[in-house]
Write a protein that binds this ligand. Structure first.
Ligand code: IPM
Ligand code: MG
Length: 396
């Protein structure tokens, strides 16, 4: 079987396993119960979350795991309901739970809102509030979907890479930032790219750990030929590399990395990069796999719940039409089980079920090719449930 997400579970630091997680390890034979915060959000978010919830429930029940779900408003939905994109109650519920599963946020309706009233601002507040600084974005080309890639088959086939994106620092959060006027009285907008040593060190360690459990190769992407913040990034990554002599470290400028990703993506195993470069490169990497509708992500901190979300957006153009691909959210639920709760078996059930569903020819519009069965979001969910509901994981 092709490894869907080529990663064995890992802990950020063995000493920092949240209490509920260590408990779940010690009482593994007893029934585990977890509190999950669901943040459906906007657009296709509610559709894909409702499907993923059913899949989580079934895969969990087959492994003796029980979930208690609490659904909270977030993004545009929260703006309409409460006037802010991340209500305090949503953040506190999320903080108190074992893991958070988010659908998608944003939509035309709120696009012109002032910055503090944008759905995206709520997402950044949620990431900062949960202190989830490490964003793992895997991109693997599944054999079943190799024809869905816009790249030539020989370029796309077998790609299996992981982007480790720094998520709570850099230009997204750096100060000073804002609007103003320059010395000529002209209007300006400005932001600051800034990283402290501890921020680079901790994301570098996560990336080295990740690379060690994958192909043993780490490529750090920066713009150290121009930016001081990148020169500093590179210096810290090199310093941390001493702790990981078994991992092969290379460095690449971001413009070259963007080019190499479409020229020869198989050269990459694990990529580590800052917040903004990671945002851009992970979208690019996703397209190698055929559809952004396939890719999950995990955002982890040193302790506390992780945040799990598909990397696609809210797709307002197809919202409410039962056309969305729920697989990225279903696979995010698998990452939630694996990285968030350490429930590897239940996670594997879901991964295998997704592969089995694809093997049986079911496709949403975004990954459809001739000879397959075109289905909507709900039907895709039903088919994944059918594949999960087997005594032993389906062989593919
Ligand atoms: C992502 C998104 C977000 C980001 C937006 C919605 C704030 O593009 O998760 O990649 O820029 O991080
Ligand atoms: Mg993005």
């Amino acid at each position: 079987m092709a490894a869907l997400i080529n990663l064995t579970p890992f802990r950020l630091h063995s000493t920092s396993i949240p209490k509920h997680q260590s408990r779940s390890f010690t009482v593994r034979c007893a029934k585990s119960s977890y509190n999950i915060t669901l943040l459906p959000g906007d657009g296709i978010g509610p559709e894909v979350i409702s499907v993923a919830k059913n899949v989580l429930n079934l895969a969990g029940s087959l492994e003796g795991i029980e979930f208690k779900f609490k659904e909270m408003p977030m993004g545009g939905a929260a703006l309409d309901l409460t006037g802010v994109p991340l209500p305090e109650e949503t953040l506190s519920t999320a903080k108190q739970s074992d893991a958070v599963l988010l659908g998608a946020i944003g939509g035309y309706k709120w696009d012109k809102n002032e910055k503090h009233l944008k759905p995206e601002t709520g997402l950044l507040q949620l990431r900062a509030g949960l202190k989830v600084f490490a964003n793992l974005r895997p991109a693997s080309v599944l054999p079943q979907l190799v024809d869905a890639s816009t790249l030539k088959k020989e370029v796309a086939e077998g790609v299996d890479l992981m982007v480790v994106r720094e998520l709570t620092g850099g230009i997204y959060f750096g100060k000073p930032r804002g609007f103003g006027t320059n010395e000529n009285g002209e209007e300006i907008g400005y932001n600051t790219e800034v990283y402290a040593a501890y921020e680079v060190d901790r994301i570098a360690r996560i990336a080295f750990e990740t690379a060690r459990k994958r192909g043993g190769k780490l490529c750090s992407v920066d713009k150290a030929n121009v930016l001081e913040a990148s020169m500093f990034w590179r210096k810290r990554v090199i310093a941390i590399a001493e702790e990981y002599p078994d991992v092969e470290l290379t460095h690449m400028y971001v413009d070259n990395a963007a080019m190499q990703l479409v020229r020869n993506p198989k050269q990459f195993d694990t990529i580590v990069t800052n917040n903004i470069f990671g945002d851009i490169l992970s979208d690019e990497a996703s397209m190698i796999t055929g559809s952004i509708g396939m890719l999950p992500s995990a955002s982890l901190g040193e302790s506390g719940p992780g945040l799990f979300e598909p990397i696609h957006g809210s797709a307002p153009d197809i919202a409410g039409q039962d056309k969305a691909n729920p697989l990225a959210t279903i696979l995010s639920a698998a990452m939630l089980l694996k990285y968030g709760l350490g429930e590897v078996k239940a996670a594997e059930r879901i991964e295998l079920a997704v592969l089995n569903t694809l093997d049986r020819g079911f496709r949403t519009g975004d990954i459809y090719s001739d000879g397959n069965k075109l289905v909507g979001c709900k039907e895709m969910g039903e088919q994944v449930l059918k594949s999960v509901d087997k005594k032993t994981p389906a062989s593919v």
